[in-house]
Design a protein around this ligand. Sequence first.
Ligand SMILES: NC(=O)c1ccc[n+]([C@@H]2O[C@H](COP(=O)([O-])OP(=O)(O)OC[C@H]3O[C@@H](n4cnc5c(N)ncnc54)[C@H](O)[C@@H]3O)[C@@H](O)[C@H]2O)c1
Length: 238
Amino acid sequence: MEYDFSGKVALITGAASGMGKLTGENVIAAGGKVIAIDITPIEETDSLCYANCDVRDYAQIDAAVKRGIERFGRIDFLCNFAGGDGIRILQGVRDFATVDPAILGWEIDVNLRAQLWFARAVMPYMVEQKSGVILNVGSIAGLKACGGSVGYSSAKAGAIFGLTKSLAQYGGPRGIRVNCISPGPVLTRAAMANMKTLLGRAAEPQEIVDLVMYLLSDKSSFCTGSNFTIDGGHVCLH
Ligand SMILES: NC(=O)c1ccc[n+]([C@@H]2O[C@H](COP(=O)([O-])OP(=O)(O)OC[C@H]3O[C@@H](n4cnc5c(N)ncnc54)[C@H](O)[C@@H]3O)[C@@H](O)[C@H]2O)c1
């Protein structure tokens, strides 16, 4: 086994699908337990506790974290995967002058505020343990200009820079590491195959989760406060 996460508990948002779901499967395969957070129901097992939670609501976040603690007693890893491009998900218009302001609000709430709020909710447990790893999820959209996704880009940029670096500064002396990944196109949706990269293809989700597993593990024990771009060279095209 490449990683041994026995005794470790990962709280994963957006755990019903895509990279969040795959991260949960990898953590359990490595011997760990998962507190799976999503608005979409997930089947519970001995190794997986599901908490229904809309990450836009702090009361639901607080209740979900407490439910996970009641079940597994600790939280070692926080993986903030819930998110996405609100204009795509809520079927809005790409033109910034006419986009529904509610969609822009959704993009900030899910892609930035929820990551901040989950960090706040798990921090007391990590501080008490004097250990923990927080993994924020950015995007190449937060590293470059995206005139057709201004809200999504703004939210992801906030997660990559202010949130990750400031939380890492708070966490460092307390034994808590905080990093961010910024994927390029990932084949959690077939349409991502159309996005250009230097490698001429999009990523398989497992290629991203391999980086996630490294960042959660002690193999990355000197990594904190950093963004890890994993995009097949997409940003080099711009
Ligand atoms: N897929 C890509 O190409 C790509 C690229 C860069 C960044 N990302 C980011 O990676 C993350 C995961 O992407 P994915 O493609 O694996 O996602 P996905 O769409 O497969 O899964 C996202 C999950 O988040 C959940 N979710 C959405 N809103 C929620 C809410 N309000 N409360 C609780 N759960 C909610 C959904 O139900 C879903 O299960 C996202 O933050 C996304 O922005 C993805």
